[in-house]
Design a binder for this molecule. Structure first.
Ligand code: 5MY
Ligand code: ATP
Ligand code: ZN
Length: 494
């Protein structure tokens, strides 16, 4: 971190996008150190405690140190941001594959640099993001990363590139036996679909997404293609297309309205510079390219494995959370003795077991919130020496280099577990209310208590059957395992 960026450097960094916690700017200058790079700058809330998404900048708490104790480098860091980068490098990278993960490096920046960048980018930021968050001028460094929406200038391939950014969200239906009767619908309807109802009610979106994460993760060519088409139709904050690093479809810095004919035409016209298809066919060909790359790389299977580290669901994990923070369980406190029995097994788990449950739960939370960037460039004719993987577009007889990277693999904080639990309940109740789903049980029964689990059986059986605490059948009998899947081969070092 020797080099420090100062006020004079700010003009070369232009707005690329943002999420809840960071603003990302890309480099337009001529310094070889920064060509092809983006910088991720931390944000802070304008009003204290009004912005849950904005980074909690406090270094790891003592409980978090316990959770991550095996990742020595992570817990030795006194700064949350550095810990975050070490988390990507030492936890997420081994799980997702080193070629797909770029942890980036920190670079020093002055307050004046940050102030000037903020002044320059504010007009391009979504107004609702500006209202709640600003560049965190107290932070004296930013994260420098490769720009995954373009290819490096390596003299190979075309200089034109298309990249697609996908935020896939959770790709499986939970099976945990700790899911209560009142929330059993989680086993049937994706969290993504149910969350749409709450977002609609809160005015965060104007229309429900037609995207279904289960299609994207299905491994079926037809369903993956359908998922991508649906992402294109209702991109929200789950889909963006960039041409040579410039946004062509989707929302800059947040969600987007559904794609109308005019937006579709703009994309189609722009794609002509890269995909040699007839009129009206470029966008369809892009869907095919993305489908092929998703299937060939297998990258989503890898992501799904990591998401599935959430074996207990938040309804099980919450009890392990209270074990770790050594507090009386606020969930069990609200239950009668009989109901609370269902969670005895979790509360009698050892500290080590509880730590493992929560560690896996937090890793899975990262994997459910990250994004994927898939970048394509046409191969030059006779270029057989490319170091990139290739997909072939039969209809245009074009070969494309492609590369895939995960972005936004941020460490999720332990103190969010209670929020996750509350949000989960809100999502389910809003969905049921909006869809007028009444599972016909009395209010007491709806409140708590795990549902009879019939993982093979129909959901109807789950919804109607008597409530039986199936302690034998619960995951608790197998608290030690399964281990974090060692997708790369040797034992994951964390
Ligand atoms: O809870 P979710 O599923 O809504 O995910 C949040 C995301 O909302 P989404 O539904 O994808 O629009 C949310 O994204 P947006 O701000 O809505 O673009 C953040 O990614 C948030 O993460 P963090 O608070 O920055 O660590 C995400 O929070 P985490 O749950 O991942 O902590
Ligand atoms: N390495 C990269 N290369 C190209 N574009 C990037 C890169 N990193 C981030 N971006 C762009 O910047 C946007 C915001 O980045 P990011 O998702 O990391 O922000 P965040 O605040 O952490 O998001 P979240 O709301 O999920 O917490 C992304 O949606 C993407 O378009
Ligand atoms: Zn409990």
């Amino acid at each position: 971190m020797e080099l420090t960026l100062t006020e004079q450097d700010a003009a070369h960094w232009v707005y690329r996008g943002e999420g809840a916690a960071n603003i990302v700017v890309s480099y337009t200058g001529s310094s070889p150190s920064f060509i092809g790079k983006v910088m991720r700058i931390r944000k802070s809330p304008r009003k204290a405690s009004t912005l849950p998404g904005v980074r909690n900048t406090i270094a790891l708490s003592s409980h978090e140190r316990l959770i991550w104790q095996e990742v020595h480098k992570l817990i030795s860091s006194s700064d949350k941001e550095i810990a975050g980068q070490l988390y990507v490098d030492h936890v997420m990278k081994p799980l997702l594959g080193s070629k797909y993960v770029d942890a980036g490096t920190h670079i020093l920046v002055t307050k004046e640099f940050l102030k000037t960048v903020e002044k320059n980018v504010d007009s391009q930021r979504p107004a609702w993001r500006v209202d709640v968050s600003q560049v965190d001028k107290q932070c004296d460094f930013a994260l420098l990363m490769s720009d995954h929406s373009i290819f490096p200038h390596d003299g190979q391939g075309s200089s034109h590139s298309i990249s697609v950014e996908i935020k896939p969200k959770c790709g499986f239906l939970p099976l945990s036996t700790f899911i209560s009767e009142g929330t059993a619908i989680k086993k049937k309807i994706t969290r993504f679909e149910m969350h749409q109802a709450l977002k609609l009610q809160r005015g965060e979106i104007s229309q429900r997404s037609v995207y279904n994460p289960l299609d994207l993760f299905s491994e079926s060519k037809e369903r993956v293609h359908k998922a991508i088409k649906n992402l294109f139709t209702t991109p929200q904050n789950n889909f963006r297309v960039f041409l040579n690093g410039s946004l062509t479809l989707g929302g800059l810095g947040g969600g987007a309205e559904s794609t109308d004919a005019c937006m579709a035409k703009v994309l189609e016209d722009e794609l002509h510079s890269v995909i040699q298809a007839g009129d009206g066919q470029c966008t369809e060909n892009l869907f095919t390219l993305v489908t092929e790359a998703v299937q060939k790389s297998g990258v989503l299977n890898q992501l799904l494995e990591v998401q599935k580290l959430d074996r207990f669901d938040v309804e099980g994990a919450i009890h392990a959370y209270y074990n770790i923070i050594f507090q009386q369980c606020k969930v069990c406190k609200e239950l009668n003795k009989e109901q609370a029995k269902a969670y005895t097994s979790l509360h009698s788990a050892s500290l080590e077991e509880s730590l493992r449950i929560i560690k896996d739960y937090l890793i899975a939370a990262t994997a459910k919130d990250c994004s994927l960037m898939i970048c394509f460039r046409p191969r030059k004719e006779n270029d057989s020496g490319s170091s990139y993987n290739t997909v072939y577009l039969e209809s245009t007889k074009q070969a494309f280099d492609y590369k895939v990277h995960f972005i936004d693999l941020d460490l999720k904080r332990l103190n969010k577990v209670e929020e996750y639990y509350e949000l989960d309940k809100k999502i389910v109740s809003c969905y049921k209310q909006m869809n007028k789903i009444d599972d016909g049980r009395n209010e007491d029964a709806k409140l708590q208590g795990p549902e009879v689990t019939n993982q093979q059986g129909s959901e109807a059986a789950n919804l109607q059957g008597p409530k039986v605490a199936n302690l034998q059948g619960s995951e608790v009998t197998n608290l030690q395992g399964p281990k974090v899947p060692n997708l790369q081969g040797p034992e994951v070092a964390y």
